[in-house]
Design a protein around this ligand. Structure first.
Ligand SMILES: Cc1cc2nc3c(=O)[nH]c(=O)nc-3n(C[C@H](O)[C@H](O)[C@H](O)COP(=O)(O)OP(=O)(O)OC[C@H]3O[C@@H](n4cnc5c(N)ncnc54)[C@H](O)[C@@H]3O)c2cc1C
Ligand code: SF4
Ligand code: SF4
Ligand code: SF4
Length: 680
């Protein structure tokens, strides 16, 4: 919670009056008048000096933007859609996220969790609106990059470090960077480095770039056209080369790259599924869920007919035979409750030979432990609901005890009821209920309990230091490894969402730029300069918006869904997209009491404010900063209005209620030279 003094520093709409709340409106005492004038003149001076209203603060506190790891201007593109400016919406969503089309389909959308509209009813469907904007895009790659280049910060290439040591100091030469792994993290870094002017070569062990979104995300959730659109736009940049089918640690080493390039970036992700040390794990029919998904994702598994036993391993090679093992017998159990687990379960249903799919997880079902949500399964609610619709049988609060087999082949899984998953200190420490064991029959057991790195990329190279977990030792600020000029980013550092990998790639590119001695940043995720636009009567416009309910694009019917890999989510029509975008509260519109306002401290705004974010506060003299103090003599306590911007839903009711028009609704809008703008 901010202190009162911080409130004062940031929220300049606070009015101070040396008075109690019960002031006489008609006849304020001469002392009250004097103090009001003094404070007003203080406010006016500061307002003219542009310090009174802290525009940066308003911009930084738009929750959808603030919570996006890559700083995407979600408000900007949502509002652009609401106003029918579709091309601009795409550009705003794309400007700092090269994986915009992919994220439009499957982003975990932390922006929606934080969305202010969620405090009224349900969040704006920001992710689905991004998907809509992407589908409206009719711009060429050149047009996209010409728009982006106009908004880039000024960057001066660095030629220090190894580069000058190697004597390539001619201005015509630019430092070259090798990127190992062409997933979201590696390609985002390549994109940003190329935009800055560096020369990049990305090496990918698989046959296609795109990382996990290309290799393992089920197609019913992520149409590969989306990944292709993103990758094609990135690779259209002049300075990026891509070599596919080249595996680091096998076809070449980091040390060799280090000889040839001025810096190396490792972005190899987490390519292995974790396995459990339980009895029977070695039997035929047990495999990692990630291997299975990669097999299905690459399309190699479906037509194959050979048998194979796959235990652990995984890497990025295609396990063509996996599928035959999975479907044999028609029954499978998926263990683990993260999203990968539901992906595996639903993919199993779709291969159309698995008649019964169980999902067993330690955690309780969603919503069953409101007292301790950590004890609930982490999978997204929508995934769980859709899985149940598709016939997946959930066994929540059950843990695996042993895998039962016959002649070395899986026959079933013995499970035991879970009492709790975490101990009082919040540590993972499952407690089981003895005597509750039961057996679920199955021909295959797939483990989806997390991912692990395949460290073979280090093979043939020396000088890497590892931490206690046997992971690369890193400087968290610069993303540099213990080897000079070698950096790392993405899931290999910390597993997360695609948008986390994008943000990590951005950081790595900036860090490599600084390593070369370059100056400036691309600045594409930075808030632009703002202008304030008075919006006189906010509430009238707000009310109709409030009546609109959140509606996600429809899903195709369950029966059709489970028959194949067709994209399950439809897209918004223009009218429904605009309607959904209009649900946005426009968190860049804020109530402000301007210096010439005549607040009488009646408390009307306090009474009507729906989320109770305006309060009357008594302040001690010590809470006021020295400038105020020097202008106002007298004694405390002082009464004033304190507005908590973080709770405000920007409805404008306070402005409507104020009997003396003291509160103005001000829209802080980024000044963008955008195409097709029709300002309303
Ligand atoms: C099944 C599944 C479902 C997911 N669902 C979602 C979702 O719905 N939403 C979401 O936001 N995130 C999701 N994620 C997470 C997301 O895919 C990752 O966070 C993201 O892809 C990480 O990006 P990355 O570039 O770090 O790694 P990756 O995407 O793994 O890319 C790494 C690349 O490096 C290549 N590589 C590996 N080793 C080598 C080597 N030695 N030499 C050369 N190349 C190499 C790999 O082939 C790969 O292309 C999911 C992940 C999985 C596994
Ligand atoms: S209401 Fe609109 S501006 Fe506010 S957080 Fe949600 S999407 Fe962003
Ligand atoms: S009444 Fe005013 S302060 Fe309260 S939520 Fe609405 S705009 Fe914000
Ligand atoms: S309603 Fe207007 S006059 Fe009354 S306390 Fe609020 S801002 Fe001041």
């Amino acid at each position: 919670m901010p202190t009162v003094t911080e409130e004062i520093a940031y929220r300049t709409e606070i009015v101070f009056t040396k008075t109690a709340l019960s002031i006489s409106i008609d006849e304020p005492s001469p002392q009250i008048v004097k103090h009001r004038e003094a404070l007003r003149s203080f406010g006016a001076q500061n307002f003219q000096a542009s310090t009174c209203i802290d525009e940066k603060w308003f911009n930084d506190n738009i929750p959808c933007r603030g919570t996006c790891p890559a700083g995407t201007n979600a408000r900007g593109y949502v509002m652009a859609i609401a106003e029918g400016r579709y091309q601009e919406a795409y550009l705003l969503a794309r400007q700092n996220n090269p994986f915009v089309a992919t994220c439009g389909k499957v982003c975990g959308a932390p922006c929606e969790t934080a969305c202010q509209r969620g405090k009224v009813d349900e969040p704006v469907s920001i992710r689905a609106l991004k998907d809509f904007a992407v589908l409206q895009d009719k711009l060429s790659h050149e047009e996209v990059y010409s728009w982006i280049r106009k908004r880039m910060g000024k960057v001066t290439l660095g030629r220090d470090s190894d580069f000058s040591r190697r004597g390539k100091s001619s201005l015509n030469d630019v430092p070259r960077v090798a990127v190992v792994g062409a997933g979201p993290a590696g390609l985002t870094a390549a994109h940003d480095l190329a935009l800055m002017g560096y020369s990049v070569c990305a090496y990918e062990s698989g046959s296609n770039p795109g990382g996990m979104p290309e290799k393992s995300l089920p197609r019913y959730r992520l149409d590969r056209e989306a990944v292709k659109k993103d990758v094609d736009t990135i690779l259209s940049l002049d300075r990026i080369d891509l070599a596919v089918g080249k595996k680091c640690g096998k076809d070449f080493t980091i040390d060799q790259l280090r000889e040839e390039f001025d810096a190396v970036l490792i972005a190899v992700g987490l390519q292995k599924g974790r396995m459990l040390p339980i009895p029977g794990i070695e039997q035929e029919g047990v495999l990692s869920g990630l291997d299975f998904l990669m097999d299905v994702g690459t399309g190699h598994g479906l037509p194959m007919g050979k048998k194979a036993v796959i235990i652990g391993g995984g890497c990025v090679e295609v396990h063509g035979e996996t599928l035959c093992k999975v479907v044999q017998g028609g029954k499978a159990i998926v263990m683990g409750g993260g999203c990968v687990a539901t992906d595996v379960a639903r993919a199993l249903i779709r291969i159309n030979k698995c008649k019964e799919v169980h999902l067993v997880c330690l955690e309780a079902a969603k919503g069953c432990r409101p007292d301790n949500p950590k004890e609930e399964m982490p999978a997204w609610v929508s995934d769980v609901v859709e899985s149940i619709e598709e016939g997946i049988i959930f066994s929540t609060s059950w843990g695996p005890k042993r895998i039962i087999g016959e002649n070395g082949k899986v026959k079933g899984l013995e499970v035991i009821k879970v009492k709790s998953v975490y101990d009082a200190q919040g540590r993972f420490n499952p407690i089981y209920i003895p005597g509750s064991e039961r057996i679920i029959e199955a021909s295959n057991i797939l483990l989806s309990i997390g991912q692990a790195p395949d460290m073979s990329f280090m093979d043939g190279s020396s000088g890497f230091e590892l931490d206690q977990r046997k992971m690369l030792k890193m400087d968290p600020l610069t993303l540099s490894t213990s080897k000079l000029g070698v950096f790392a980013c993405g899931d290999i550092l910390r597993p997360g969402l695609i948008i986390n990998a994008v943000a990590s790639g951005q950081l790595a590119a900036q860090s490599i730029h600084q390593y070369f001695g370059g100056t400036g940043t691309l600045g594409l995720a930075q808030p632009g300069p703002m202008e304030s636009i008075p919006v006189p009567r906010r509430f009238e416009r707000f009310l109709p918006r409030l009546k609109k309910e959140r509606k996600l694009p429809a899903l195709i019917p369950t029966k059709k869904r489970v028959k194949g890999w067709e994209a399950q989510e439809c897209t918004y029509s223009e009218s429904s997209a605009e309607g959904q975008a209009e649900r946005c509260l426009n968190c860049n519109v804020s109530p402000v009491i301007l210096p010439n306002a005549n607040c009488i401290l009646c408390g009307g705004c306090v009474d009507v404010c729906p989320p109770k974010c305006i309060s009357m506060a008594y302040l001690q003299k010590a809470d006021l900063d020295s400038t105020v103090d020097s202008k106002v003599d007298g004694y405390g306590p002082w009464a004033g209005l304190v507005h908590d911007e973080e709770k405000c839903i920007h409805c404008g009711l306070c402005s409507l209620r104020c009997p003396v028009d003291a509160i103005s609704m001000i829209r802080f809008e980024e000044m963008l030279d955008v195409i097709g703008r029709k300002r309303c």
